[in-house]
Design a protein around this ligand. Structure first.
Ligand code: B1M
Length: 211
C-alpha cells in the first residue's frame, strides 16, 4: 500500500489530476482511512510542491496544476472528511478585496490551505468590506484572508480590516493578507496579523496563527 501512497504523492506533485483521483479512489476502495490519505500522501505532496516553489525549482504553472490535482482529490475526500472525526485545522474565510478581479493566486492559497486541512469559505472576487463582515458573522472563522493584486485595491484591504474592527469582530479573528503588491510593512500599517508573499508561506503562517 505504501507504493500506492508514494505514487499518489508523485501524481499530485506532477499535477496529474485524473491519475491522482484514480489513486485516491483506489485507496478508499481498499478501505484506507481518509486521514491517512491526507497525512501520508496529499499534505506531504503539497509541502514538497511548496518547498520546490520557494526554491525556484517550481514556478506558477507547476503550482497551479498541482493545486488543481489536489483540489480534484479533495472533491472525492471532502464528503468523507466531513463525515469522519477528523477536525479541520481551522476555518478560513478568503476573498479578493473590492475593486480587484484577480483570483488565480487567491485560489492557489485557498487550495493549499484546504490541502493543509483548513475549511475554506471562498467569497470570490471584488468582495466589499461589508461582505467580509457579514461572512465573519455567519461563519465565525479563525482566520480571514485578504488578497489584492492591484496597488489601487490595497486601500480596500485597509477598509476591510477597519470594517471588521468597527463591527466589533476584530478580536475574534486573525487577518492575513497577500498579493503581489503587498509588503510586510503595509500589513503592519493596516493592522493585519500576518503577511505572506506566496501560498506555501500562507499555509505556514495560518498554521502558526492557529498555535
Ligand atoms: Co491584471 N494586473 N489587471 N489581470 N494581471 C497585474 C496584477 C499587473 C501587475 C500587470 C502589469 O501591469 N504588469 C497590473 C497591476 C499593476 C499594479 O497595480 N501594480 C494589472 C493590471 C493593471 C490590470 C488591469 C487594471 C488591466 C486593465 O484592465 N487595464 C485589470 C484590473 C481588473 C481588476 O482587477 N479590477 C487587470 C485584469 C486582469 C485579468 C482579469 C485579465 C487577469 C486576472 C485573471 C484572474 O485572476 N482570474 C489579469 C492577470 C492574469 C494579471 C497578471 C498577468 C497575472 C496575475 C496572476 O495571476 N499571477 C498580473 C501580472 C503579474 O502578476 N505578473 C497582472 C499568478 C498568481 C499565482 O500570483 O496572484 O501574485 P499572485 O498570487 C501569489 C502571491 O501574490 C500570493 O500567493 C499567490 C501564490 O503564490 N498571494 C497571497 C496572493 N493572494 C494571497 C493572499 C494571501 C497570501 C498570499 O493571504 C490571504
Amino acid at each position: 500500500m505504501q507504493e500506492t501512497y508514494n505514487e499518489l504523492m508523485e501524481k499530485v506533485i506532477k499535477g496529474d489530476q485524473n491519475g491522482s483521483r484514480e489513486l485516491v479512489q483506489k485507496l478508499l476502495d481498499s478501505g484506507e482511512n481518509v486521514k491517512q490519505i491526507i497525512d501520508i500522501a496529499l499534505v506531504p505532496a503539497m509541502d514538497i510542491v511548496g518547498d520546490r516553489f520557494q526554491n525556484q525549482e517550481f514556478f506558477i504553472p507547476e503550482l497551479l496544476v498541482a493545486a488543481r490535482a489536489m483540489e480534484g482529490c479533495l472533491t472525492l475526500i471532502q464528503p468523507l472528511l466531513a463525515a469522519s472525526d477528523v477536525k479541520p485545522a481551522g476555518v478560513v474565510i478568503i476573498g479578493t478585496v473590492k475593486g480587484d478581479l484577480h483570483d488565480i493566486g487567491k485560489n492557489i492559497v485557498a487550495a493549499m490551505l484546504k490541502g493543509a486541512g483548513f475549511q475554506i469559505v471562498d467569497l470570490g472576487i471584488d468582495v466589499d468590506p461589508a461582505g467580509f463582515v457579514e461572512a465573519v458573522k455567519q461563519n465565525k472563522p479563525d482566520i480571514v484572508g485578504l488578497s489584492a493584486l492591484l496597488t489601487t485595491t490595497m486601500k480596500s484591504m485597509k477598509d476591510t480590516v477597519a470594517a471588521i474592527s468597527s463591527a466589533g469582530l476584530r478580536d475574534s479573528v486573525k487577518i492575513i493578507v497577500g498579493g503581489a503588491p503587498l509588503t510586510q510593512e503595509y500589513a503592519d500599517e493596516i493592522g493585519a496579523d500576518g503577511y505572506s508573499p506566496d501560498a506555501a508561506q500562507a499555509v505556514k503562517l495560518a498554521k502558526g496563527l492557529m498555535g
